[in-house]
Design a protein around this ligand. Structure first.
Ligand code: 5GP
Length: 212
């Protein structure tokens, strides 16, 4: 073990970023993860888009006006933000930082531009890209969801292709053909990430120092 070995702080939680085109099923996979991994903490984003039917303030999103959203940006309250189609989306910073510091893993479900900004600030984060079984299937899923206008569907499909082009920046890619399978793959990734050698260095160094 050399003195310049990279170490990860094992007392800090892991930041997981989950991206993937609109309609790929990130929300469904996250809902399944919530059940199967209750210790994983979900970051609730702020957005200027209108709530969809059934969405709850503070659970699905913090719904903001454009002025309120701009105020958050001006006050450095967001870890990252991005414009997606016609709306703004951003990750509240304080919550993520406090939760990681408390040792819990945090998952962000965000689009690619925002994920790339997070990567600059948290290169040690774990970046997972969720893929649809095919682009046709993706379009079917957005249409079947019934929440988007024809124009929004077209925009989301265009953005989807642009997003898939950027998946090189991610550590893992998972095809969401079955929610349970995708969910257990993410759990496996997290188990492996927690076992990373670098996470153990601070503890081992402490052991060695105690023996010396
Ligand atoms: P939707 O309108 O379907 O809820 O979300 C549209 C896109 O915005 C999705 O790809 C979703 O992952 C992304 N998104 C949600 N919250 C955030 C956020 O805080 N930051 C960024 N950059 N994207 C977000």
């Amino acid at each position: 073990m050399t003195s310049n070995t990279n170490t990860l702080d094992r007392d800090r939680g892991i930041l997981i970023v989950l991206s993937g085109p609109s309609g790929v099923g990130k929300g469904t996979v996250c809902a399944a993860l919530r059940k199967s991994s209750p210790d994983l903490v979900y970051s609730v984003s702020a957005t200027t888009r209108d709530p969809r039917q059934g969405e709850i303030e503070g659970v699905n999103y913090f719904f903001k006006t454009r002025d309120q959203f701009q105020h958050m940006i001006d006050n450095d309250e967001v870890l990252e933000w991005a414009q997606y189609v016609d709306n703004f989306y951003g990750t509240p910073k304080r919550f993520v930082e406090d939760t990681l510091r408390s040792g819990k893993d945090v998952i962000l479900e965000i689009e690619v531009q925002g994920a790339l900004k997070v990567k600059q600030k948290f290169p040690e984060g774990v970046f997972i890209f969720l893929l649809p079984p095919s682009l046709n299937e993706l379009q079917n899923r957005i249409v079947t969801r019934g929440t988007e206008s024809d124009e929004s569907i077209r925009s989301r499909m265009t953005v989807a292709v642009d997003e898939i082009r950027l998946m090189d920046h991610y550590d893992y890619a998972i095809v969401n053909d079955r929610v349970e399978t995708a969910c257990s793959k993410i759990q496996s990734i997290l188990i492996a990430e927690h076992c990373k050698r670098e996470r153990m260095y601070p503890k081992i160094v402490q052991w060695i120092n105690e023996v010396k």
